[in-house]
Ligand binder design. Structure first.
Ligand code: HEC
Ligand code: HEC
Ligand code: HEC
Ligand code: HEC
Ligand code: HEC
Length: 400
């Protein structure tokens, strides 16, 4: 009897210790938030550079494609390595090689070559020094060749009549975005509805027509059409500008949103009721999209004559994920395309005799202040900005 009981308690305590150890491991293990897929497990090989090019530097391409170079230089793609937020985050995350396969995707941009993997999940690459490492090319981030160069050829949409370099025609240029703008999250311990940075999946899940097969359109919005030559002296034609705009550009975010604030009909008990309506009218994906750091805040305030806040409500539009012990999508209050979101603000006029105005602001945040502090990112550029601000005058203070 006693010995049976103690055997059970031994088994139980083993189970308990094992369970505790499992959870401790879940809290300590490296935070691998996505699945490393074949598409980006290694940098792009650049063994065979055509003699007509000699180098893969954007400056080389600029010799003939100057206006495209000028546009690219203004974009975050050209800063995907030097970007101070990336630099700090990369070091905070333990300088993992895998990150660089998207941020500096050509093998020559990386100090080490990936010659194999120690683990099945490919988070621990076997590295050896890279004799062709080119630090200057590294500083170009997502350079021209990152999208255009494959197996000694330049990928293009029209077949490259008259180009001095070999050209391979691609049927759908949106495929060029897919390599980096979709990361999978399908693993036994992740419960994502959308994979992290799941811009492509966001489009596919909200627009049935865009599902499967070809990639949904990205260039149609992110590379505006214009009419010009692509090399000096060539014939003018419709070409796409190399201007990828997103969270780093207030104008791009504003273009994606419609916001209105209006007063609703009065309720009988002299209450006042306002409605702020915010709609994603310009982005095929969620707004915001990309890294789960990105979020919007909507705040509505009741002010007195001096501008002091009498009452305030704030709403956060973000994607909230529990990272440990398991990765679970908790909620997602970002804006899917075309679905208006309404935030009400109500008060009883008698309670706020000094109220003179309602003010509403919508702010875009590249990352949260708490995260900025945690990873010790000393930003020069602000990490948040207003995209909308308006004021409605309510009755001036009531006559006494
Ligand atoms: C010596 C001049 C020169 C250099 C250097 C050069 N190109 Fe070109 N490229 C051309 C010419 C000429 C064309 C054809 C123009 C036309 O079709 O009107 C062309 C066409 C292209 C096309 C369009 C292909 C198509 O048909 O869709 C792409 C893409 C391209 N180049 C990318 C690059 C990249 C990337 C680099 C740098 C790695 C580069 N080029 C360097 C001259 C150059
Ligand atoms: C080689 C990988 C790679 C490819 C291919 C790629 N991107 Fe990117 N893209 C990135 C990275 C990395 C960033 C973020 C850089 C940073 O903020 O440090 C980015 C950022 C962006 C942004 C955000 C701009 C901002 O203000 O934050 C947009 C928009 C974008 N890419 C669109 C595209 C489109 C459209 C394509 C296809 C034509 C494409 N990208 C292809 C890696 C890539
Ligand atoms: C993020 C990916 C990306 C990067 C980086 C990039 N391009 Fe492109 N480029 C594209 C796509 C996509 C197209 C085709 C757009 C379309 O469908 O017409 C294109 C088109 C072109 C064309 C053909 C123009 C036309 O519309 O026919 C040239 C030339 C070109 N790129 C040169 C460059 C040069 C030079 C650089 C660097 C300064 C560069 N690209 C950087 C994605 C990229
Ligand atoms: C109908 C137009 C439209 C289409 C199609 C579209 N986008 Fe966007 N995208 C926008 C607008 C507008 C913004 C700015 C608002 C924002 O940041 O969400 C944006 C922002 C972004 C950003 C910035 C995210 C960040 O972190 O700053 C990325 C990355 C991006 N888009 C990638 C893509 C990719 C990849 C595709 C194709 C799968 C695509 N977009 C298709 C309109 C579009
Ligand atoms: C599959 C390609 C891919 C991999 C792998 C990847 N990134 Fe990115 N990263 C992107 C793209 C695309 C963007 C821009 C779009 C967005 O907002 O998601 C981006 C954006 C970022 C940003 C935001 C930059 C800014 O200016 O706001 C940071 C920080 C970042 N990545 C860090 C990392 C780190 C650290 C790793 C490795 C753990 C990593 N990335 C791995 C593709 C990738």
């Amino acid at each position: 009897m006693t010995s049976g009981w103690s055997r059970r308690s031994i088994v139980l305590s083993f189970a308990l210790v094992a369970l505790l150890a499992f959870f401790a491991w879940r809290f300590l293990r490296p935070m691998n938030i996505f699945v490393v897929s074949e598409a980006f497990e290694r940098p792009v090989p650049t063994g065979s550079i055509p003699a007509s090019l000699g180098s893969l530097s954007a400056k080389k391409c600029a010799a003939c494609h100057q206006s495209i170079y000028d546009e690219w230089s203004t974009t975050i793609h050209s800063q995907a390595w030097t970007d101070p937020y990336y630099q700090v985050d990369w070091v905070f995350d333990g300088r993992q090689q895998i990150c660089n396969n998207c941020h500096i995707p050509l093998d020559r941009k990386q100090e080490h070559l990936v010659v194999g993997f120690e683990d099945r999940e490919k988070w621990r690459p076997i590295l050896k020094p890279n004799p062709d490492f080119d630090p200057q090319l590294q500083h170009e981030g997502v350079t021209c060749a990152a999208c255009h160069f494959r197996d000694g050829e330049i990928l293009g949409v029209s077949g490259g009549e008259g180009a001095p370099h070999p050209v391979r025609k691609v049927a759908d240029s949106n495929e060029m975005c897919r390599r980096c703008h979709v990361v999978g999250g399908d693993r036994w311990d992740t419960f994502y509805r959308l994979p992290p940075c799941g811009t492509i999946v966001e489009i596919q899940s909200t627009q049935p027509g865009a599902a499967s097969g070809t990639a949904p359109g990205c260039v149609q919005c992110h590379m505006p059409l214009t009419e010009r030559t692509i090399v000096a002296g060539g014939a003018a034609r419709a070409v796409r500008m190399h201007l990828w705009r997103g969270g780093h550009d207030p104008a791009a975010v504003k273009k994606g949103l419609s916001v209105t604030l209006e007063e609703m009909p009065r309720s009988p008990r002299d209450g006042r009721s306002f409605a702020l309506t915010i709609t994603n009218i310009g982005a095929a994906h969620y707004l915001p999209t990309g890294t789960p750091d990105r979020h919007l805040t909507v705040s509505i305030r009741l002010l007195d004559q001096k501008g002091a806040v009498l009452r305030e409500t704030e709403h956060v539009l973000s994607r909230v994920i529990m990272w440990r012990p398991f990765i679970v999508d908790l909620w997602d209050s970002r804006l899917p395309r075309g679905e208006p979101r309404v935030y009400r603000f109500e008060y009883a006029a008698d309670d706020y005799p000094d109220a003179v105005a309602i003010e509403a602001t919508v702010r875009y945040h590249l990352l949260a202040e708490s995260r900025r502090k945690r990873i010790d990112y000393e930003n020069v550029d602000p990490i948040a900005y207003d995209v909308y601000r308006t004021r409605i005058t309510v009755n001036s203070p009531r006559e006494k």
